[in-house]
Design a protein around this ligand. Structure first.
Ligand code: AMP
Ligand code: GLY
Length: 467
């Protein structure tokens, strides 16, 4: 079939490669020429992803069978609606249903209206004069976030981003003064994970759980970013996440889809729950209405070869054959090559030389993001995430080691988080969860979940947490 991919990041490059492998013809609508997508595209146009009507007109001209929308800005601008008005099936909800991502206030209110659990305590002061009194309602640490889209960067967490209440209040007031709605939430303690699912009229079909690394620097230091890398575990759980906890997060996704539907909003696309696993179980941080970037790349890498085209076309048309939902039992680790200073003050323009054939020969895949070609084996970094390297193996730390080995074929001035997918980092996360379950517990050497091949990979983790 002929598929239009909207967007030009590494996530969209991975969608293109996975679809092309299934025999699809690739058409691209993206603001910049992604070198990876350009290689496989039959046709491609430069257009901002919020130009809904232009994208729909291009899709019609190219006689596409369906469209897959990558970035949230395209969904928020109504690109799905413009395509559907031209009778083109779309993987991506309508602008109205995508408010579950584009308005955090809408999302919290929807879940509250339908009494869906797993939410932190939250408030949304409407006026600047209400900010102080609202803050005073919280006894513990807070999180302050604008209601609208912020590419993961507008959220202020008490502790890492601000200490006492005063700068927090000033931030909340400044958002209100700019005409934005603002949410003040109880700060949740735990480990974050992403649970994505294909959603159609016929059901909610989960993908493997993934952990994203949001903070810019190693050791989870510095500000939030779009995501510096991610990993997934062979059994589709995570070192700190049990099957029951994952099932609970999928239940919250299903309840949200049912809530939208009961308010007359159909959802055909990808629903992504960003959860905090707390001592009380999974709590919802946010929904996204699309594949995560990078988490979608982990899921697509694990997708069984062959049927992605049929699967996505089915999602777009509202009905999928459940036997098409098949993910391999392998661990994956993804690391993003980014410009120095990415997060706060990215320094674009650096040239990165890479030997793609040698990287692929090491079993690591390359997906391009914000880069432009700079010669036969080189790209120039932009201001955002440049090159995703993803490796797989039977254990997470082995997949991470593969990516580290592949980095020997990448040269230039860039930053990458070497700690993603290391045994030390995995142990730190499990210990973090253990401390929440047993306050004051002394740290002790833990059996690592990244078990030897043949052993059940995560059996130790949930038992450890319940201890
Ligand atoms: P969001 O865009 O709402 O997912 O927030 C971005 C990031 O801010 C999340 O991935 C978390 O790291 C952090 N965050 C958001 N809300 C909370 C919360 N209520 N408690 C703790 N951290 C949060
Ligand atoms: N990695 C987080 C996101 O896709 O929003």
């Amino acid at each position: 079939m002929r598929a239009l991919i909207v967007g030009g990041g590494a996530r969209e490059h991975a969608v293109g490669v996975t679809l092309a492998r299934a025999g699809a013809e690739i058409i691209v609508a993206s603001p910049h020429a992604n070198p990876g997508l350009e290689r496989i595209a039959r046709a491609s146009v430069r257009v901002d992803v919020d130009q809904a009507q232009r994208i729909a007109d291009f899709g019609e001209r190219e006689e596409i069978d369906y469209a897959v929308i990558g970035p949230e800005a395209a969904l928020a601008a109504g690109t799905s609606d413009a395509l559907r008005a031209a009778e083109i099936p779309v993987v991506g909800p309508s602008q109205a249903a995508a408010r579950i991502e584009s308005s955090k206030l809408y999302c919290r209110e929807l879940l509250q209206r339908h009494a869906i659990g797993g939410q932190p305590v939250w408030r949304a002061p409407e006026r600047i004069e209400q900010v102080e009194a609202t803050l005073a309602e919280f006894s513990g640490p807070l999180v302050i976030k604008p209601s609208g889209l912020t590419a993961g960067k507008g959220v202020w967490v008490q502790g890492p981003d601000f200490t006492d209440a005063r700068p927090g209040a000033a931030y909340a007031k400044s958002l209100l003064a700019q005409g934005q709605r603002v949410l003040i939430e109880e700060k949740l303690e735990g480990e974050e994970f992403s649970q994505m699912a294909f959603v159609t009229d016929s059901g909610v079909y989960p993908m493997p759980a993934v952990q994203d690394f949001k903070r810019a620097l190693e050791g989870d230091k510095s500000g939030n970013t779009g995501g510096m890398g991610s990993y997934s575990q062979r059994d589709h759980l995570l070192p700190f996440l049990s099957a029951a906890q994952r099932d609970r997060s999928i239940e919250i996704l299903s309840q949200a889809v049912a809530a939208l539907r009961s308010e007359g909003l159909e959802f055909r696309g990808i629903l992504y729950g960003g959860f905090m696993l707390t001592a009380k179980g999974p709590m919802l941080l946010e929904f996204n209405a699309r594949f995560g970037d990078p988490e979608g790349v982990n899921a697509m890498t694990l997708y069984e070869d062959g049927n992605f085209d049929e699967l996505l076309y089915g999602v777009a048309c509202g009905r999928v054959d459940p036997t098409l939902i098949r993910f391999r039992s392998r661990a994956t680790v993804l690391k993003y090559v980014v410009p120095p200073g990415y997060g706060d003050r990215p320094q674009p323009g650096g040239v990165v030389e890479l030997d793609e054939a040698a990287i692929e020969a090491d079993g690591v895949h390359v997906f391009y993001g914000s880069v432009e070609p700079a010669g036969p084996a080189a790209v120039r970094l932009g201001t955002s995430r440049g090159i995703a390297l993803i490796g797989e193996a039977s254990a997470i730390h082995e997949a991470g080691a593969r990516v580290e080995a592949a980095l020997a074929h990448v040269h230039g001035d860039f930053y990458v988080r070497h700690d993603i997918g290391t045994l030390e980092d995995l142990a730190r996360r499990r210990e973090h969860m253990r401390q929440l379950f047993v306050p004051g517990a002394k740290s002790s050497p833990l059996p690592l979940s990244v078990a030897a091949p043949g052993a059940p990979p995560s059996s130790a983790a949930p038992d450890e947490m319940r201890a």
